[in-house]
Design a binder for this molecule. Structure first.
Ligand code: TXA
Ligand code: MG
Length: 397
């Protein structure tokens, strides 16, 4: 992550508690300026979704490739059809999803209307629409009199922002307006799904492009209920939830999902921490071991508490093993830890595999949070000798 160097055009805070400030920010949006605002997931960097120049300014400010499409935020479900061009079966499915999950942290990607800025869709012909739940986001969209295109309000590739201060840190000198509404509730982004419809076979696939604040199980339970209601109406249509697994390089045009491996990354190397069982490693595994005094442990459920006395810093995302709590704390913790001086790297608990044992609450969200952990670490692993009196850590090559 590169910080802006010229202190030319300072960004400003506005208070979400003051209705005048919300109205002022709404007008700024309508006039083509960028406004960062809170949603229930993370802060977004907003622009009028129907103003091409304003949209291009998002890409420029975020240093985001034009190949990565943006999400449109609406304050009424009816406004989705200003962007989506869905067929009848997709419209019915969208309505049922909206009844169940909206307003809330679900983004639906569907065929895009031809009369919307193609930059929104990164020329894919598909657009993502989301109806957020945060009252400030809803008031701001209303005040703008338009719909708002907004990616997360961080520099491209950096950790997503869950507080107004995180937005300021990344865009201090970009002259943007930041509506401060405190910490966000979920802490990780919306789940993004795409409709892939095969009318001949009478199947709609709900392709999960990004797992976030709606869990895979919630979507699968929804599909089960929806299929039951279809068959009770003698419809032969069926809906399936499928996970998109591909990871894209930055240079690739995102015809489907925008899923880069390196994402949500702090300014320090991160590794997924895996402990070896005694006897399952050779001494040579630790010949080039990492200096523990320069390391930080970001733990879950106290799974690596014994490392606390050996490393420079130790933090637990949720000592009680609650995955929702860990999700809420994850990005804020990375931002807190990345600025600690004299530390080189962060070891993050292996929530999905080894440390799954420590999950006590909200286990449905393990995959969502692990996806973020995996990308922060670019999939890199570090092994720990597991010796509680004299532990050693090494990168896995
Ligand atoms: O919770 C959220 O979704 C936040 C808040 C601000 O609403 N927004 C957010 O936007 O996370 P962004 O741009 O940082 O991430 C959106 C993801 C990207 O990976 C993007 O590639 C994907 O959704 N996406 C958006 N529109 C798409 C489309 N038309 N086709 C495929 N993927 C799309
Ligand atoms: Mg983002």
């Amino acid at each position: 992550m590169q910080r802006q160097k010229q202190p030319k055009n300072p960004s400003r805070y506005w208070s979400a508690e003051d209705p005048d400030h919300i109205n002022k920010c709404g007008k700024k949006l309508k006039n083509g300026y960028l406004v960062a605002f809170p949603t229930e997931t993370v802060y977004g960097l907003g622009a009028d979704a129907l103003n091409t120049n304003a949209i291009l300014n998002i890409f420029l400010t975020k240093k985001r490739p034009l190949t990565d499409p943006l999400i449109v935020h609406v304050s009424k479900i009816e406004n989705a059809s200003r962007f989506h061009d869905l067929n009848q079966v997709e419209k019915d499915l969208f309505k049922a999803l909206a009844d169940k999950f909206m307003p809330g942290p679900l983004t639906v990607v569907g065929k895009a209307r031809k009369d919307i800025p193609k930059e929104l869709c990164a020329n894919t012909g598909f657009v993502g629409v989301r109806f957020p739940k945060h009252p400030v986001a809803l008031k701001l969209i209303e005040a703008s009199g338009t719909s708002i295109a907004a990616p997360s309000a961080n520099l491209f590739g950096h950790v997503s922002p869950t507080m107004a201060e995180h937005v300021m840190y990344d865009f201090e000198h970009c002259g943007i307006d930041i509506l401060n509404g405190g910490s966000t509730a979920f802490g990780i982004e919306s789940s993004v799904i795409k409709f892939v419809t095969d009318l001949e076979s009478e199947v709609i696939y709900i392709e999960v492009l990004r797992l976030g604040s709606i869990s895979l199980k919630m979507l699968e339970d929804f599909a089960l209920e929806y299929n039951k209601s279809l068959s009770s109406k003698n419809s032969s249509l069926e809906v399936y939830v499928v996970k998109a697994t591909q990871i894209k390089e930055e240079s690739e045009n995102l015809e489907g999902p925008g899923q880069f491996l390196k994402h949500y990354s702090p300014n320090k190397n991160c590794y997924i921490l895996r402990s070896l069982q005694h006897g399952k490693y050779s001494e040579s595994s630790f010949e080039n071991s990492l200096d523990l005094k320069k390391g930080i442990v970001l733990d879950f459920g106290g799974s690596h508490k014994y490392l606390e006395e050996f490393v420079s810093n130790y933090k637990d995302l949720s000592p009680n093993g609650d995955v929702r709590e860990a999700m809420k704390n994850y990005y804020a913790s990375l931002r807190e830890l990345e600025v600690i001086v004299n530390c080189d790297y962060i070891l993050i608990a292996d929530l999905e595999q080894q440390d799954r044992l420590f999950v006590k609450e909200n286990g449905d969200f393990v995959e969502s949070l692990y996806d973020k952990i995996f990308r922060s670490c670019e999939g890199l692993l570090a092994i720990c000798s597991g010796d509680k009196k004299d532990p050693k850590i090494a990168r896995v090559k």
